[in-house]
Design a protein around this ligand. Structure first.
Ligand SMILES: *Cc1c(COP(=O)(O)O)cnc(C)c1O
Length: 471
């Protein structure tokens, strides 16, 4: 592609992106397509001859876009948000154009130095004390995996990487049953094994780990010859927003020499608002904390912020330093690839820098406070309806509810959620609470306005009524 067409098509792509964003309210949030419908429109073999950009772009609009679920839609209330504020998209255009591999300081000094700075901005923004150092990972799953690997190596006196696990005593890691599935996978991948992830029962409205049970389990395991390695606590669990009592978890864990990792992938963004920090009181004592600026905060996916109290432990666990990667004679510089499992790294700090500068903490705090207020107001409106119940009260901007329709409530609520998502004006997902289906609602899309919560109320109550009439 020559320079002129590169410039022309880049402009066209940018213009398409802007028009797309402004058209979102008119589109159904969830893709209206049946399995296989998109694949059926794609050639079975690669073209021998190059094709024109006109043809490629036309097919993008014709085939691909209708098969997309619109995560930047202001009425996306499913899962958790994956916000990409326009300013972070612009930063990504620039990063994509430069396309640097930022694995070592010397492979792009600006990427490394900016990463150090903006992660320290984030550390201050969420109220973590000095002494925590941050690194950008691709996902909370990878951040948690790194933390679990550190737990493993610490507990095995740094011999696990070399000797493997079969040469070593069995490790134990503890968490509640409210943690994300990425914790299970980190336990599998690290070789610790699911049988050694001890699930501690939860108690109370916040569904927090019972710390007396945690301590009893650690003591029991030690007596039985296991080596307890660490605890994974959560602030804002995915299903219902469960929050462990971090201060108490840390107290128990540290008394027994265990490493503590806190998964706040979603809720961490809200900690830029001082009034929400009581949800993770005690986090300043944790060893490792992850939160995803690519969720609520607005930094285009992927961007997971992993903070650790001891980067040395992380580097000791993950750095290999083959000869060809050594940055001779430059001691004191950071090679972030030694802090993560993958070697190659994209330049992810630029979008954070653009985002934080453009919106300022003030702008981002206002957005988060609005989302929390609107979700709470919607929960109250639904609570006042005779035929709805709030299953889990709002934790920040997440709550779950159930429609008290006719017949089997699980089947009825699954049918309701399907009907709502087929309607297309809003998008919701479900979860199970104590074994029974509940509908989740989270407010968090970057461009959401208060009217969008009103629309959610109208759609939910209108479709619930229409289902009742059919039944
Ligand atoms: C979303 C989420 C994750 C997984 O995040 P990825 O970045 O997709 O790996 C982990 N934990 C919690 C609590 C989450 O909400």
């Amino acid at each position: 592609m020559d320079e002129t067409s590169f410039a022309d098509w880049s402009k066209r792509a940018a213009e398409w992106g802007a028009a797309y964003r402004s058209s979102l309210r008119e589109r159904p949030v969830r893709a209206k397509t049946a399995p296989g419908e998109i694949a059926a429109q794609i050639a079975n073999a690669p073209p021998e001859r190059g094709e024109s950009m006109e043809a490629i772009f036309a097919d993008f609009e014709r085939i691909i876009v209708p098969g997309m679920t619109h995560w930047q839609h202001p009425r996306f209330f499913a899962y958790f948000p994956a916000n990409a504020a326009p300013v972070s998209v612009i930063a990504e255009y620039l990063v994509t154009a430069m396309a640097a591999q930022c694995m070592l300081w010397q492979t792009s000094p600006a990427a490394t130095e900016l990463e150090t700075k903006v992660l320290d901005w984030l550390r201050q923004a969420i109220g973590l004390p000095e002494g925590f150092a941050g690194v950008i990972q691709d996902s909370a799953s990878s951040s948690t995996l790194s933390a679990v690997l550190v737990m493993r190596e610490r507990a095995l006196a740094w011999k696990g990487n070399k000797a493997g696990l079969c040469a070593n005593p069995r490790l134990r890691v503890y968490s509640s049953d409210q943690v994300h599935t990425s914790i299970d996978r980190a336990i599998w991948v690290s070789g610790i094994g699911e049988d050694n992830l001890v699930r501690i029962p939860v108690k109370g409205e916040k569904r927090s780990m019972d710390c007396a049970a945690l301590e009893a389990a650690i003591i029991r395991d030690k007596e039985a010859g296991y080596v307890p390695a660490g605890v994974i606590a959560c602030t804002g669990g995915t299903s219902t927003g469960a929050c462990d009592d971090i201060a108490e978890v840390v107290r128990v864990a540290h008394a027994h020499g265990l490493y503590v990792h806190v998964d706040a992938a979603w809720a961490g963004a809200a900690m830029i608002c001082e009034e929400f920090r009581s949800l993770w009181a005690g986090v300043d004592q944790a060893d490792s904390v992850v939160f995803n600026p690519h969720k609520w905060l607005g930094a285009q996916f992927d961007c997971s912020a992993h903070f650790v109290r001891s980067p040395d432990d992380l580097v000791r666990t993950l750095a290999i330093k083959p000869e060809y990667l050594k940055t001779h004679g430059r001691d004191g510089i950071i090679n972030y690839s030694e802090w993560t499992v993958p070697l190659g790294r994209r330049f992810r700090a630029l979008k954070l820098w653009f985002l934080l500068r453009f919106h300022g903490l003030e702008g981002l705090k206002a957005m988060i406070r609005n989302h929390v207020a609107w979700a709470q107001k919607l929960a109250e409106r639904l609570r006042r309806q005779d035929d709805f119940e709030i299953v889990i009260d709002p934790v920040l901007s997440l709550f779950s509810f159930r429609h008290l329709g006719a017949g089997d409530l699980d089947a009825h609520n699954l049918a309701l959620i399907d009907a709502i998502n087929d309607d297309g004006r809003i998008y919701l997902t479900q979860t199970r609470v104590d074994g029974r289906i509940a509908i989740r609602f989270q407010a968090g899309q970057f461009d959401m306005a208060e009217e969008d919560a009103d629309t959610a109320f109208e759609v939910i109550t209108e479709i619930a009524k229409s289902l009742d009439r059919v039944a």
